[in-house]
Design a protein around this ligand. Structure first.
Ligand SMILES: Nc1nc(=O)c2c([nH]1)NC[C@@H]1CN(c3ccc(C(=O)N[C@@H](CCC(=O)O)C(=O)O)cc3)C=[N+]21
Length: 297
């Protein structure tokens, strides 16, 4: 069996086009959504992401406010910037790029963001709302993954889903979204006994562990839908260039799965598209306008 390759790049372009059309309509009413991105320090990977976010924010017609702070920024200064962005009426969404330098308390910083502007969905209010099924801002990577799953499978009710990874930014919110969709959800992690046997039950596998090519095709139930959230830069032996791989061993998984997301070109582009979708949603809620259709959980 050869799996369908889920084209996250193309799907993300469609999401951005829908966001762009909605932004055009908002602008006709005098509203321009604004996204503020805060980057502390000079992590090279983070710089690339922040640049991509900035470019795509402009492309959909939103205002992009970038704040680059030195790595040694005191916590009080960062909190002061967040307070300023919370109060700024031109700012509808705020994202503080993670990871933060070690001297900064990420939990404290995230929870200082106005939850209605928390387009990452990491604020404790949004986490609590997601878990209890209240309207919230939903983390971008899980939201993007859910959009791809719904597009591939339609109704998810009753399906067995295994999420590998229990992080606050992917594993836990993903599991909650799938539960809300009526899936029977298992969260597997580094302490899980016999991971291959657990994965073999799954109609849906979401791999978010950060271990290059860990999930093998032999682990999968034939026909399973595989969402690979991993983005790992590896240096293949003998090659001079680093290569991007997921948490799934793509070739062996694609031979068994019914559908699978590639890396790159799968979940990654959906993450940024959903950041823009969340910024649009936050703007609509703020002005009491109808929310965009199909861009929320
Ligand atoms: N507060 C916060 N929110 C985030 O959402 C957040 C963050 N911090 N810190 C870093 C991670 C990482 N992240 C990615 C976004 C897009 C791609 C993406 O577009 N990837 C492309 C290729 C990227 C490449 O070539 O390096 C792809 O998979 O096709 C990847 C990773 C968002 N993050």
């Amino acid at each position: 069996m050869a799996a369908v390759i889920i084209d996250g790049k193309a799907f993300a372009a469609k999401v951005r086009a829908q966001v762009g059309a909605a932004v055009t309509a908002l602008k006709a009413q005098g509203i321009t959504p604004g996204l503020a991105v805060v980057l502390v320090g000079e992590d090279p990977a983070s710089q690339v992401y922040v640049r991509n976010k900035h470019r795509q924010t402009i492309e959909v017609g939103m205002n992009s406010f970038e704040h680059r702070l030195p790595a040694e920024t005191p916590e009080a200064d960062l909190l002061a910037l967040i307070a300023q962005l919370n109060a700024d009426t031109a700012v509808d969404g705020i994202l503080v790029q993670l990871p933060l330098p070690a001297h900064l308390n990420a939990e404290l910083v995230i929870n200082a963001i106005d939850p209605t502007k928390d387009v990452d969905g990491f604020h404790i209010d949004n986490v609590g709302k997601l878990v209890t099924g209240q309207k919230s801002m939903v983390p971008c990577t899980p939201l993007g993954s859910l959009m791809l799953l719904r597009d591939s499978l339609g109704d998810l009710n009753g399906l067995e889903a295994v999420v590998i990874g229990r992080s606050n930014i992917v594993g836990k919110p993903m599991a909650n979204l799938l539960l809300q969709q009526g899936c029977t959800v298992t969260i597997a992690h580094s302490r899980t006994r016999d991971l291959p046997a657990v994965v073999r039950r799954a109609d849906i596998v979401v791999a978010a562990v950060g271990r290059p090519e860990m999930v093998k095709g032999e682990w999968l139930k034939p026909g399973a839908t595989v969402i690979d959230v991993g983005i790992n830069r590896i240096q293949p032996a003998g090659a001079d260039k680093a290569k991007l791989v997921g948490d799934c061993d793509f070739d062996s998984c694609a031979a068994v799965a019914g559908a699978i997301t590639p890396v790159p070109g799968g979940v990654g582009p959906m993450t940024i598209a959903c950041l823009l979708a969340n910024t649009l949603t936050a703007t609509c809620r703020r002005y009491g306008l109808p929310e965009p259709v199909g861009l929320t959980a």
